[in-house]
Design a protein around this ligand. Structure first.
Ligand SMILES: Nc1ncnc2c1ncn2[C@@H]1O[C@H](COP(=O)(O)OP(=O)(O)O)[C@@H](O)[C@H]1O
Ligand SMILES: CC(=O)N[C@@H](CCC(=O)OP(=O)(O)O)C(=O)O
Length: 289
């Protein structure tokens, strides 16, 4: 689809030959229609000379698999406590099912996608996450097991894929120097990846319209917010799964990405509406007011 006729042509041109890092979260993978719409937007970007790179989550797919094998898991501030057994299932769901489904859908739409994880080509080096939790005004460290943070990224593999016209589809699993596998929150992984790739734009897809001042009121959408203000709202109006999402935007912006956005991936054409209309559809987090 040629989009310069339907959308703002100068906004389209600004992103041509630039990387747009899309974090495709599990909440925007709930049904096949939604998935097809997301893939369709990604294909439209590519058809119009923009370079999409996808980092996916898949919290729902992990939950489904863990339920099937009767393994319980707990979330602490948006991070799934991951013991060795759970790690195996996380990798199965993310690098197995979710990754290959996205690849299949892009290929079926006539493009060439390649599915990789942080492990491939030694792309991402993980390190065990040191998670500090404040309980009763006291800070304490919690052991999240195989939950990792991104320590280092080597972008050579992704750049090679892009150069050969492949769309990289990346699962947020990586190994550490300690030779252990780590489960990295997909938002955090994506934010780091966006910075390392010098992406022009980072977009996190979820199931709410963006950052809300009241998480239970869909009408309380914040259209624009500065990095500093977003940081100040952490733990206050920004809670649960939204914490790593906003953190990922901050990581991307501090890594040099020009704009970071949180949008509702369950809505049709949400990516195109956000990027190529003045009104936009979600939350834009930027370095300046
Ligand atoms: N201030 C906020 N604004 C919007 N959503 C919020 C906020 N605080 C917490 N949330 C919650 O964060 C969820 C999104 O995070 P998460 O479930 O991890 O998404 P995904 O799986 O799409 O990555 C929303 O569905 C919402 O319930
Ligand atoms: C450490 C950690 O929490 N990892 C996440 C990885 C998947 C993810 O982030 O998926 P969504 O984007 O769908 O939430 C998890 O185990 O659920």
């Amino acid at each position: 689809m040629e989009i310069t006729e339907t959308y703002n042509a100068s906004l389209v041109k600004k992103l041509q030959n630039q990387i747009v890092l899309i974090k495709y979260g599990g909440n925007a993978m709930r049904d096949d229609n939604v998935k097809r719409n997301v893939i369709s937007d990604i294909i439209t970007l590519r058809d119009n000379g923009i370079i999409p790179v996808i980092v996916h989550g898949g919290g729902l797919a992990i939950k489904k698999l863990l339920d099937e094998v009767d393994v319980e898991s707990e979330f602490i501030e948006g991070h799934r406590k991951t013991d060795s057994r759970t790690m195996g299932y996380v990798e199965m769901a993310l690098s197995g099912s979710v990754n290959s489904e996205i690849v299949r859908m892009i290929n079926a739409a006539g493009h060439k996608a390649v599915g990789i994880s942080g492990k491939d080509g030694g792309m991402v080096t993980a390190q065990k996450r040191v998670h500090k939790l404040t309980v009763d005004c006291k800070e304490q460290e919690v052991d999240l097991g195989h939950v990792g943070d991104v320590k280092q990224i080597n972008t050579a593999l992704v750049k090679t894929l892009i150069k050969s016209d492949y769309i990289p589809v990346i699962s947020p699993v990586a190994s550490g120097e300690d030779n252990r596998d780590y489960n990295i929150n997909a938002d955090m992984f994506a934010g780091h990846m966006a910075g390392a790739l010098d992406a022009a734009c980072y977009i996190a897809l979820t199931n709410v319209d963006g950052l809300l001042t009241d998480k239970d009121d869909p009408k309380s959408l914040v259209k624009d917010i500065t990095l500093e203000k977003a940081e100040a709202e952490m733990g206050k109006t920004i809670v649960g799964g939204m914490i790593p999402k906003v953190e990922s935007c901050i990581i991307a912006l501090k890594g040099g990405v020009e704009s970071a956005r949180i949008i509702n991936g369950t809505k049709k054409r949400s990516i195109l509406e956000e990027l190529f209309t003045e009104g936009r559809s979600g939350t834009l987090i930027s370095k300046e007011t």
